[in-house]
Each structure stands twice: as structure tokens, then as C-alpha cells.
Design a protein around this ligand. Structure first.
Ligand SMILES: Cc1ncc(COP(=O)(O)O)c(C=O)c1O
Length: 379
């Protein structure tokens, strides 16, 4: 069903849905099967499923929903890292060059460093905020694949996707955009000129902090076939229950993002007004360095804020003095969480740097709670 003329709330509820069938549920349950009956026909005759690693009804429903939202053809993966691995290993060969974000999700860098180098892929890194100027300067000539993460995790820097796509294409490179923080409702990179969208659906897309998933969306059929080939061989598909949970969660994505963004706006404002807190980042604050590009290319704000507190101890005191701030990594879930990134050692950030993922609590409650907690770090 085409829903592209509808608003976000309608699009996510109708995403991937089929015409109603009398006596059938609104949302089909997960299909638990490894092999399917072949009966007396050739494998795959009339599009019948054969073996769940290649395709299955629950996967198709999720991929059809996300493909509609991303405006591309989607493949689901067992995690965001499985999706990123498919992009790296499905698109690159020995002797080719990959450009990755120096300030994006750190496991992407360590995957490239630990495994792609072994297979003879050259790796260059660049900050999200300077990728455009470095491409213009010809610093990555000969690169085959350029990955950007915009807004980047955890620093929330952005880059101009249409401009970077054009520069990448001029030199014969593919552009992949990690769209995890924005989600398909917040940004449609394929419509902005990117060749590949990759995302961790563990975050806001599924949004309940209870599963790992990822996806890749593309427009080009050849690219789709090679990524599907990678997935068929490696078996990096999500199980039916996770996939079904994620499909079920997509219906509330518009509502969840709206509340998360409202909370993020309020929390960013409180942090910016607190003397002990510096470098508050939220791309939708008009004085944020990311604002000019974010407000032009993104379709709506998201719920992740970052800031620097004076020390690791100040972060611990903030959390201890709060009822609603939960210490946890990841982001995009229903609960407001605080992640002191330096404890993981992968990002080059200050000890007191926090990524705050604003959840879906009532804004008035969160504001009161954060106001109280901020007093504790002044005391
Ligand atoms: C921007 C980004 N991309 C990819 C990933 C990897 O996703 P997953 O943890 O689902 O493997 C993450 C995880 O935090 C992320 O933040």
C-alpha cells in the first residue's frame, strides 16, 4: 500500500500492511520456521518460501515497512553491526579504499580496523563536520566507499548529504549514510542522493530497548543482489520474534519520536542554562553548529542530546540524584538514559561527556527531575 502522501503517523501505521482479509488479525504473528514444506513442487515455485535464511514472511513484512519509509529496497540484519558488515564486505574488495567517520559509532571503526585491513582494504578516517571540505580538497581520491554518520553518534555533528553524495559520485565512490540517530522518519538519505542507508534498528526504530536489529536500504538492484548474497552466505538475519517485535514497534515511531524530541528540546535547554555543563549539543537548537544543515535536510528532530559535565564523578552524582535518568548505553528507547561514553574507551571524548537519550516520559516530569539532579552537581 502506498502511503507516501500521508503524514508520518499514518505512514508508520500503514507501513508494510496488506489489504484486510476477513477473519485475519490486524497484524500477522511471527512465522516460526526454518525449512518450509516443499510438497510436490520445485523449490521456490510460485514464490513459495523454502528456507528461512533466504527469506521468510516475517522478514518480508519488516523489509516492506522499512523500505517504504526509506524509499528504497530493504534488507534486515541481526544487528546494526551485521548490517554495517554487509555494507563493508558486500561492497569492498582487496586494494580498494574505504572512508569512515572518525567521530561516529566506534565499533564501525574497530570492525574496519580489525577485519577489513586484513583483507587488503585501505582505510581512511574523517570527521563528519569536515568530510565535505576534505572531499573537495581531493583527500580521498580513489575511494570506493564513503560512509558518513549524520547526525554522528555521540557528538551529533552533521554533514550535507546531497553535497557529499555529489562529491563522492564525481570520484566514482558510493556514499553510505548511517541513519541510526535520525531514523527513516527523520531523514531519507536515498532521496538526498546517497546510494546506501545503513542503520541500527536496535535504537529508536524499534525503540523499546529489548532487541538487536539493523537494516540496509538501497535503490540499485545490483547492489541489492550483492548485499542479499552476503546475507544469504553469512546468515546474518534476525530471528522471527525480534523481527515481528520491530515491525510492531514501527507503528508508534511517529509518537515516540515526537515525545523524545519534545523532551530533548527541554533537556538541552536545561543543560545549556546550567553553569556546570558545557558543549551542549542538539542539532535542532538554533545556535548548534549542526543546526543550519540539520534543519535543512532532516525532516524532524530526534531525542539524543550530548553535553560535557565537569567529571565522571559529576555524571555519577547527576544520575544518583535523579529518579528518571538511567545509566545505560544505546539510545532511542522509551526510558531516558545517560551514557558516559568515556567509560567504553572507543570515543575521543572528555571523562564527563554524556550522551543523553531522551525517552517518552512526560516532559514536565523529566524537566523537574533533571532540574533537581543538576542542583546535585552544583552542591
Ligand atoms: C550509529 C550506530 N550505528 C551502528 C550501530 C551498531 O548497532 P548494533 O548495536 O545494533 O549492532 C550503533 C550502535 O550503537 C550506532 O550507534
Amino acid at each position: 500500500m502506498s502511503t507516501n502522501s500521508h503524514g508520518d503517523g499514518t505512514r508508520v501505521i500503514r507501513a508494510g500492511s496488506t489489504l484486510p482479509v476477513s477473519g485475519m488479525p490486524m497484524h500477522n504473528g511471527p512465522v516460526f520456521a526454518a525449512p518450509f514444506h516443499l510438497a510436490d513442487v520445485e523449490p521456490g515455485a510460485d514464490g513459495a518460501d523454502v528456507y528461512a535464511r533466504y527469506d521468510n514472511p516475517t522478514l518480508r513484512e519488516f523489509e516492506s515497512s522499512v523500505g517504504g519509509l526509506d524509499a528504497g529496497r530493504t534488507l534486515a540484519f541481526a544487528s546494526g553491526m551485521a548490517a554495517l558488515s554487509a555494507v563493508f564486505f558486500g561492497c569492498l574488495s582487496a586494494g580498494q579504499k574505504l572512508v569512515i567517520p572518525a567521530n561516529g559509532y566506534f565499533t564501525g571503526r574497530s570492525l574496519a580496523d580489525a577485519h577489513l585491513r586484513r583483507f587488503g582494504v585501505e582505510i581512511a578516517m574523517v570527521g563528519t563536520d569536515v568530510v565535505e571540505e576534505r572531499l573537495r580538497a581531493g583527500d580521498f581520491a580513489g575511494a570506493k566507499l564513503i560512509l558518513v554518520e549524520t547526525p554522528s553518534n555521540p557528538g551529533l555533528d552533521v554533514c550535507d548529504i546531497p553535497v557529499v553524495a555529489e562529491l563522492a559520485h564525481q570520484q566514482g565512490a558510493l556514499l553510505a549514510v548511517d541513519n541510526t540517530t535520525a531514523t527513516p522518519l527523520g531523514q531519507r538519505p536515498l532521496e538526498l542522493g546517497a546510494d546506501i542507508v545503513v542503520a541500527s534498528d536496535t535504537k529508536a526504530l524499534s525503540g523499546h530497548s529489548d532487541l538487536l536489529m539493523g537494516h540496509v536500504s538501497v535503490l540499485d538492484d545490483g547492489l541489492f543482489a550483492s548485499l542479499k548474497g552476503w546475507r544469504d552466505h553469512t546468515g546474518a538475519i534476525p530471528g522471527p520474534f525480534e523481527t515481528w517485535l520491530a515491525s510492531r514497534s514501527i507503528g508508534t515511531l511517529d509518537l515516540r519520536l515526537a515525545r523524545q524530541a519534545e523532551n530533548a528540546a527541554a533537556v538541552a535547554e536545561l543543560l545549556a542554562g546550567a553553569p556546570q555543563v558545557s558543549n551542549v549539543r542538539w542539532p535542532w537548537r538554533t545556535d548548534d553548529p549542526s543546526y543550519p544543515i540539520a534543519s535543512r535536510q532532516m525532516l524532524r528532530p530526534m531525542g539524543v542530546v550530548s553535553a560535557i559535565l565537569p567529571s565522571a564523578d559529576a555524571v555519577a552524582r547527576l544520575i544518583a540524584a535523579s529518579d528518571l535518568l538511567t545509566a545505560a548505553t544505546s539510545f532511542g528507547g522509551l526510558h531516558t538514559t545517560v551514557d558516559r561514553r568515556a567509560q567504553f574507551g572507543g570515543d575521543s571524548v572528555a571523562e564527563g561527556f554524556v550522551r543523553i537519550s531522551c525517552g517518552c516520559e512526560d516532559t514536565v516530569d523529566l524537566v523537574q527531575d533533571v532540574t533537581t539532579a543538576l542542583r546535585a552537581i552544583t552542591a
